[in-house]
Write a protein that binds this ligand. Structure first.
Ligand code: FNR
Ligand code: 536
Length: 359
């Protein structure tokens, strides 16, 4: 169904207003030392805020050091992380974009080399560390380390780390919180029966596999302000028979809505190395559409959305409430400014005054 809502319509979520429906999804820059943001992040995110994006979700930010994918990941496990994060957050906001953050734990995919150094698991002697997961099963391939099976006490500790991370994100001025529960990282590892073989209350049945995320959501909800958007990224399917799938996603999202979650960022995959994924334009949009219709939640669509008319159509047809532009925003930091011009509505997206005469 066509609606009057379009790519440049404002979107209000709780007390936060986005100037348009275009966001940047979290994308690791692998450029931190000790998890601290620096000038790379100020420039990278700042340029894209000036380029017109309504929402910028800062990359997967680890809630404890062992939860980093690589030694270069962002972190939020100490108060020392707040000030450098606040610097980037304030600049994003000064350019009219809403600053968000994704808080994360990489589970059995942690302790890896930087992508441009191969991305394989690092030995402890080479800068790596011991990894943890719901069950002691290696991801496989280059990520061959066998994770330690988390005890109940360790699970509780990580949940507390998520809560502390959310509090610090708030202190740093973030206005939008996303829990990373996708792509084969820790929270997704609990959800999927392929990576969660536990026999205690965190494994087995659907109710048990969603317990880690549900409890974490409830605990964060208690500290994250009611008036700010609270969101979760899910892999809506593992793309493998017997894995996590869309029906379980829908059942989970109905519960998450009752817990005060505002929006689901609908991604897929990452839990199984051998999955056969039908990658192509809009390949994940149907998941955002289904969750939006069946669960009464706002959704963000992501995945090979690159063209302005394509993005506009996703919003107009009501398949999602917003679109996230990943790799294409790395190629073009001014994607929203260009999109407004190619869609014939430049007045919707004025450039920063410093660039006024060239746009
Ligand atoms: C990503 N992606 C990603 N996802 C996530 O949830 N947290 C993250 O930190 C990252 N990091 C990351 C780094 C880089 C370099 C890329 C390319 C991707 C996935 C990303 O958010 C997005 O879902 C995918 O890239 C698909 O969207 P596009 O790129 O097809 O628009
Ligand atoms: C893409 N990636 C996701 C990352 C970092 C590495 C690249 C993340 O979530 N932190 C990806 C998309 C979909 C499934 C798996 C990986």
């Amino acid at each position: 169904m066509e609606t009057n809502t379009h790519l440049f319509s404002k979107l209000t979520v709780k007390s936060v207003e986005l100037r348009n429906r275009i966001g940047i999804p979290p994308m690791c820059q692998y450029s931190c030392q000790d998890g601290l943001l620096n000038d790379w992040h100020l420039g990278h995110y700042g340029l894209r805020a000036a380029g017109g994006f309504g929402l910028i979700i800062i990359e997967a930010t680890a809630v404890c050091p062992e939860g980093r994918i690589t030694p270069g990941d962002a972190g939020i496990w100490s108060d020392a992380h707040i000030e450098p994060l606040a610097r980037t957050v304030l600049f994003i906001e000064s350019q009219g974009a809403v600053p968000g953050i994704q808080i994360a734990h990489a589970g059995r995919k942690a302790s890896a080399a930087l992508p441009w150094k191969g991305g394989a698991h690092l030995d402890n002697a080479n800068g790596g560390w011991n990894i943890v997961a719901p069950s002691p099963i290696a991801f496989g391939g280059d990520l061959g380390k066998v994770p330690h099976e988390l005890t109940i006490e360790e699970i509780t500790r990580i949940q507390a780390d998520f809560v502390a991370g959310a509090r610090r994100a708030l202190q740093a001025g973030c206005k939008w919180l996303e829990i990373h529960s996708a792509h084969g990282y820790l929270s997704h590892e609990f959800l999927s029966p392929l990576s969660n073989k536990r026999t205690d209350r965190y494994g087995g049945s659907f109710e048990n596999r969603i317990r880690f995320l549900l409890e974490t959501t409830q605990a964060i909800r208690a500290v994250w302000p009611e008036h700010l958007p609270f969101t979760i990224r899910l892999s809506c399917t593992d793309w493998v028979d017997g894995g996590w799938d869309l029906e379980q996603t829908v059942a989970l999202c109905r519960i998450l809505r009752l817990e005060g979650v505002d929006l689901i960022d609908c991604s897929t995959g990452g839990g199984v190395a051998t999955a056969n994924i039908p990658v192509g334009p809009n390949f994940q949009v149907s998941f955002a559409d289904r969750v939006r219709r069946d669960c009464g939640l706002l959704t963000a669509a992501v995945g090979l959305i690159t063209e302005p008319a394509q993005a506009d159509q996703i919003i107009r047809s009501g398949q999602a409430d917003m679109v996230l532009i990943g790799r294409e925003s790395l190629r073009d930091p001014n994607w929203p400014l260009r999109a407004a011009r190619s869609l014939g509505c430049p007045e919707q997206m004025p450039p920063p005054p410093q660039y006024a005469r060239v746009w």
